[in-house]
Design a binder for this molecule. Structure first.
Ligand code: NAP
Length: 259
């Protein structure tokens, strides 16, 4: 029998640029990727939080550096990507994870401002990061892009139309870039988290979370950031070389549960 080739499931030596890495799923991804050998650019608008995560990585013997960046400031994105690539001698993995979420009904006074902010941070920033990272990804042996959307991009909740529109956009962006960048060997995938225990959902009471999860998810519970981080890792390792354009719910079965 021909021996089965061994594929590489390590990120040893790879450089990863992870946005929103100061908290929640981004932090979990930063730490998990670093544990697998990646040099991690911990990118967040909250400089202190980014520093703390970079320290956490260094404390575990990994390589991490903090980069303060507000993704709503579009002009600052490319310089930050270039700075991170300069620090690490290139970029192999980009994770567009940063996010915000605020309710605003379609007839609310703040709807326009809410819409603009959600679209800027959740959607427009993602291709801007990719454009800046592209020259480095094209030089990488295993280039990976991972975009974080949401089950709100697959279904919807009243009052979240800006969030939902932006996340639906991330899904379309992922599919389109997968097709466009496939010739360069760059994979582009998307994770749609369901309800996850992070700062974003911290204002929901434990009782409300438990009731929602029991009613809506197959696994009857909220997910943990590290559970999303490990699927993210699986999509970014060198061995994940033939999956691209995939939209993967990591939602405890929320999207498949009818009753
Ligand atoms: P989180 O704990 O609030 O982390 C999001 C991080 O992104 C925070 O550190 C936040 O900084 C940062 N951020 C926000 N706006 C930014 C900006 N303009 N520039 C740079 N960084 C910015 O939330 P999370 O739950 O881990 O969210 C991660 C991703 O998953 C988001 O895209 C979110 O939409 C998505 N998601 C979350 C859930 C969920 O249930 N938690 C479900 C589906 C999808 P600040 O702390 O300063 O805001």
């Amino acid at each position: 029998m021909t021996p089965l080739p061994r594929l590489n499931r390590s990120l040893q030596g790879a450089a990863a640029f992870i946005t929103g890495a100061g908290s929640g799923m981004g932090r979990a991804m930063a730490v998990v990727f670093a544990r697998e050998g990646a040099k991690v650019a911990v990118v967040d608008r909250n400089a202190e939080a980014a520093e703390a995560v970079a320290e956490e990585i260094l404390g575990e013997g990994g390589i991490g550096a903090a980069f303060a960046l507000d993704l709503a400031e579009a002009d600052r994105i490319a310089p930050a990507v270039e700075q991170a690539a300069g620090a690490f001698g290139g970029l192999d993995v980009v994770v567009n994870n940063a996010g915000i979420s605020a309710m605003s009904a379609i007839d609310a006074d703040d709807y326009g401002a809410n819409w603009n902010r959600h679209l800027a941070v959740l959607l427009t920033a993602q291709p801007l990061v990719v454009r800046a990272a592209l020259p480095f990804l094209r030089r990488s042996p295993n280039p990976r892009i991972l975009n974080i959307a949401s089950t709100e991009g697959l279904g919807a909740t009243a009052g979240l139309s800006a969030y939902s529109a932006a996340k639906s956009g991330v899904i379309g962006l992922t599919r389109s870039l997968a097709v466009e960048l496939g010739r360069d060997g760059i994979t582009v995938n998307c994770i749609c988290p369901g309800p996850i225990d992070t700062a974003m959902t911290a204002s929901i009471t434990d009782e409300d979370k438990a009731a929602y999860a029991k009613r809506r998810t197959a696994l009857r519970r909220y997910g943990r950031p590290e559970e999303v981080a490990h699927i993210s890792l699986s999509l970014c390792v060198p061995a994940a070389s033939f999956i691209t354009g995939a939209i993967i719910p990591v939602d405890g079965g929320l999207t498949v549960r009818n009753a």
